[in-house]
Design a protein around this ligand. Sequence first.
Ligand code: T1G
Length: 653
Amino acid sequence: MPVSEGTALGTQLAAPAPETSFSSTVAARIDANIGFIYIDNPPVNALSHSVRSGLSAAVRTFSDAPGVQAIIVIGKGQTFPAGADIREFGRPIEEPALNAVNLSIEACRKPVIAAIHGTALGGGLEIALACHFRIALASARLGLPEVKLGVIPGAGGTQRLPRLIGIEQALRAIATSRILDAAEALQLGLVDAIVADDLHAHAIRFAQQVIAEGRPLRLVRDLQDKLAPASAGVFDEFESNLPARLRNRLAATRAIRSVRNAAALPFDEGLRKEREYVEECKASPQSAALQYVFFAERAAFKFDGYIAGALAGPEPLVGIAGAGALRTPLAAALLIGGCRVLLFDQNARALSDASSAIVERLERLSSKGRIASRQELQSFTAALEVTSEAASLRHCTAVIEVEPDTLSSKSAIVGALSAQVGEKTALITTTALLSVDEIAAASRRPANVVGMHFFIPASTMRQVEIVRADRSSNLAASIAVELSRRLEKIPVVSRDCDGFVGDRTLRAYLKEAIAILEEGVPAAHIDAALRDFGMAHGPFELCDFIGLDLAQRILDGRSGPGETGTKLIDLQRAGTPNGMPAHAGTSIPKILAAAIVERCLLAAAAEAKRLVAEGIVSRPSDVDIVWVNGLGFPEHCGGPLFWATQTTASVQR
Ligand code: T1G
């Protein structure tokens, strides 16, 4: 909900005073006895130099202004500041640094109140922590996700947050980038009040109350009661229990160390050490890789011909046809993503069973806290419609087929549906391996057909490949990309080729691993080398995880069983009962491990370069994020191409 200025709700405000600009992105005005500071740097009010300098000047001005008894800091547009401007990371910091701005807010002799909506993240939340009070809209979210970018909070977050919510909650929020909703923030003491609507008017009331009560300023830096002497064991245990993806993450270990300092050192000393850790992390290859992934994931949504707003309306109607395993999780995810779902099956009994399975899934997700309220659960369930009439699908913005992955069944259903759907309906096939061009050829409207390949397990993997057949329209591809956003997945748009992006590069990687195996290196050693590098699974473990049949199909590609595929079957005969060599803990010489990693990843990188050269993908980073979000590549290494560039560079140095 955008925050409009001067919204009067019950508090009859005099005509708002004119705004004064303190920089290109910060304006301020005085309403009666309250100074409002507005941060206006769309789209996320990132804390660029102009925001920092304008905010600092406005606080200084109101601090000295005789008529101002309280100051409110508020973001215009969609959110309170969502953090430092990541685009400024590689450059020297222009004064005033955010730390200095925060210290000036904290030292102000008048109450400074942060009025929070949207996502107060990183440096944005650090500004709020330096304020004396915080009020938030009920829909707001708050967090310090810097570790996701390979850095740590660098403007007092690791010193102030523990003082407000305690050591253990602060460790979770900072080291694992856990975002809090407003209710939890209130419960933990991170905010002083939450309001259902009209943040602007409620902030005025809150400020007037603070003034009327003469409430003493609450400097977070002075709070000690929640810093109960945390034993060293708390930090060591927390670090040893970090999720696997953070195990080798420098920023996570430095975040823990900085929070430990909050309990052990005086505030200013802890602040100084925090700055040291930020500089150390910022200079790390991991931080460069994580910032690369951040922007690569956002670039992936854009492609030549992308049509913004292609998914018509706030609640688009999406049809689902077919009886594959994807039907239930996909329908539930679309409902949670705000779509209406029309489930189609000509068999009434199958339709009823499928509908019940979807409702049961929603109820399971609700019981796990993945759906915020019973009211939300009911609204999602109410958005599920069923039909046995194919003609009803003509009203859908998109129809997704989830038939078993054979060319005959996919072609049959796409051919049948193409006769029923609307002229602009995106007809989406979920094939993992087949040619989208061939499937589209069965459609009366090949331009409507586009592929959406979900990485397994679809319920947890963030990656989806949007595969454009030769005749896929920009509208169909754009609808599929927008559906990815509703599904909270990262789309990569590719042309049709054997294996699309992920499987084609995975094929090269697995072939190299099999070649190393045939040179006499045990599979367990190859797995250990890649797992220690940071891959979620070693190559043969991955074949085991996805199933040898699928692994063989990936290896063989569309040409069918070939030499390499049979090698996997040979492995199966030689391996453990579940088909693959034992994965017991294996320690191998570092030089051998490095060689294994280099050969396998450079094979994937070489195939990735061919994908880019052939125009299958728009940009190299598309391949990297498929590996990060779909194939378990460690995010802090950026992806096989980014890693290869860094490795080659370091070798050349
Ligand atoms: N800096 C620069 N640009 C940013 C940005 C940022 N912090 N956050 C988003 N953008 C751009 C993004 O690239 C995209 O640009 C557009 O805004 C919309 O983003 C000092 C050091 C806030 C939840 O980690 O999590 O503070 O593609 O598509 O889905 O201690 O953006 O349109 O050209 O993601 O609505 C900490 C990162 C920084 C938050 C909104 N903050 N951002 O999601 O939009 S480090 C973060 C997000 C820091 C301090 C430290 C999300 C969002 P374009 P979007 P969204």
